[in-house]
Write a protein that binds this ligand. Sequence first.
Ligand SMILES: C[S@@+](CC[C@H](N)C(=O)[O-])C[C@H]1O[C@@H](n2cnc3c(N)ncnc32)[C@H](O)[C@@H]1O
Length: 220
Amino acid sequence: MILSTGQNGHVTEPRRTSRSDRMAGITKYYDDHAASYAATTMAIDTSRQLQRLVDLLPPGARILDAGCGSGRDLTQMARLGFEPVGVDASVGLARIARRNSGCPVHVGDLRSLAFEDASFDGVWAMASLLHIERSELPDVLSSFSHILRPGGVMFASVKRGTDDVRDDTGRWFTLYDEDSWADHLRAAGLRVIEVIGEPASRNAVGGKTGPGWISSLARR
Ligand SMILES: C[S@@+](CC[C@H](N)C(=O)[O-])C[C@H]1O[C@@H](n2cnc3c(N)ncnc32)[C@H](O)[C@@H]1O
């Protein structure tokens, strides 16, 4: 994990440092298009999904926005009285998220999170785990489980399907069906609260239609 600053007292040394070419290409895309991507996604309404997570958290809960993009959801969490912390692999988006939200935002890789175990009440991974390669997902989910306090809750959304697809921007996406996604959550030691398949129009980042989405909540 690369850390831009030591803004958060809970940051420790990375567990893993591997980076695939695919990830490098994805990060380059978000860096090259940081301003336009943030502008496009800033107005997407994620309040319904966010409410489902925060309903399960204590007031003032500490929440990691894993792959925070523009900082849209960090801003909402802070407004609701929570203590959000962002992490994103894109230096450009992390900078924008920090500026938009006023929250601490780290530059780092979800595959090598460097937060202390049991240091968050919630993890919010809106449309970010879809960029993780299938073979790397178990370790990433396991690290999310570790940074959650016992009883802590993770929200995650991914695209729905069965394969890996590359869109016209060149970004790779790994798709899951509801059953395989639930299996991954359980394998990471999380208790599944819900796994809901949703049509693309309800929460598609970028406003594009596609194979649809899966939204999930799971508890450590
Ligand atoms: C589709 S965007 C979603 C952004 C934001 N969560 C939203 O809903 O608008 C995916 C985000 O995840 C970040 N991301 C993808 N893979 C990552 C990784 N391995 N580590 C950290 N961030 C990653 C990207 O830089 C990008 O900001």
